[in-house]
Design a protein around this ligand. Structure first.
Ligand SMILES: [Zn+2]
Length: 248
C-alpha cells in the first residue's frame, strides 16, 4: 500500500476523480485543507471512504482569513485525528502576515496539544520557529512537509522525534536531495503535495508518489517492497500514537 501524507485533493479541478483513483488503487491519502471551512466540506464528502482522510487545516498563507475561522478550528479539532496544513511561512510570500500567522499558529498548537494526532506542517522560511512551537507545546511525532531549512534544524527535528515527507519535486532539487540524504529511513514519509508539484510538466496526483518510492529504493539499494514496508511502518508508528487516545 502506497501512502501520500500531504495532498490538496480539494484543489484539483475534479476532486471526486482523484478520490476514486485513490480508493480504487488502495492508495492511502491524507487530504489536507487550507481552512476549517474547507475541511468541513471535505470531511462531509469523504465520509465512508476507506483510504482518503480529510485533515483539518489552517494554512499560514490563509491566516488573515483563518483568524476569523479560529472558533471553527477549535470546534472541529476534537473529532479530527488528522491536522494540516498548519504552520508558518516567513518567505517573501508570507512575511507580510508574520504577526497574524504567529498568533493563529499559537492558537492551533494550544488546541492540538491535548492528545497525539497526525500533524502535517508547512514551515517555509520559518523552520526553527515551527519546531520551537512544537517544543513549547510538547507536541511529538509531527511531520515537516517539503522541508527546505538548514541542516542544523533538520538534525533538531529528528533529535526531537519528528518526521519529514518527501515529494516528487524534491527528488531533483539540490535542497530536496540534501534533505533525503540526511534523513534516517525511520523518519521519512512520502507526499505528492498535488496539485502544487509537477513531475515532467505533469501536475502531481497521489499516484505520483510511486516515483518517490522508486527513488528511495535505488538510493537505499533495497527492493521497492521494502521501501513500501518501511514507509508504512513509519506512518503506522504515528497513527499508533493517535489511536491510543482518539475519541470514538
Ligand atoms: Zn501543501
Amino acid at each position: 500500500m502506497l501512502i501520500d501524507t500531504h495532498c490538496h485533493i480539494d484543489q484539483f479541478s475534479s476532486p471526486e476523480d482523484v478520490v476514486c483513483e485513490c480508493e480504487n488503487s488502495k492508495l492511502r491519502v491524507v487530504a489536507v485543507t487550507n481552512l476549517p471551512s474547507h475541511f468541513a466540506v471535505a470531511a462531509d464528502r469523504l465520509r465512508g471512504h476507506k483510504f482518503v482522510s480529510a485533515a483539518l487545516g489552517m494554512h499560514p498563507l490563509f491566516a488573515p482569513d483563518g483568524i476569523r475561522e479560529l472558533a471553527a478550528f477549535k470546534r472541529m479539532a476534537p473529532q479530527s485525528d488528522f491536522i494540516g496544513e498548519v504552520g508558518l511561512d516567513f518567505s517573501r510570500q508570507g512575511i507580510a502576515s508574520k504577526a497574524i500567522q504567529e498568533r493563529v499558529f499559537e492558537e492551533v498548537l494550544c488546541v492540538v496539544r491535548d492528545r497525539p494526532r497526525f500533524i502535517t506542517l508547512h514551515s517555509r522560511g520559518a523552520e526553527a520557529a515551527v519546531l520551537d512551537g512544537l517544543r513549547r507545546h510538547g507536541i511529538k511525532a509531527a511531520v515537516f512537509h517539503w522541508f527546505s531549512g538548514t541542516g542544523k534544524v533538520l538534525e533538531d527535528i529528528f533529535a526531537e522525534g519528528h518526521f519529514v515527507s518527501i515529494n516528487p519535486t524534491m527528488l531533483t532539487s539540490p535542497s530536496g536531495q540534501r534533505v533525503i540524504a540526511k534523513s534516517p529511513r525511520e523518519r521519512i514519509l512520502v507526499e505528492s503535495d498535488g496539485p502544487f508539484t509537477k513531475l515532467h510538466d505533469q501536475v502531481c496526483r497521489p499516484t505520483s508518489v510511486a516515483i518517490v518510492y522508486q527513488n528511495l529504493a535505488s538510493r537505499w539499494n533495497i527492493s521497492n517492497d521494502r521501501v513500501v514496508a518501511c514507509i508504512k511502518s513509519n506512518f503506522d508508528s504515528i497513527l499508533g500514537r493517535v489511536a491510543l487516545t482518539s475519541p470514538r
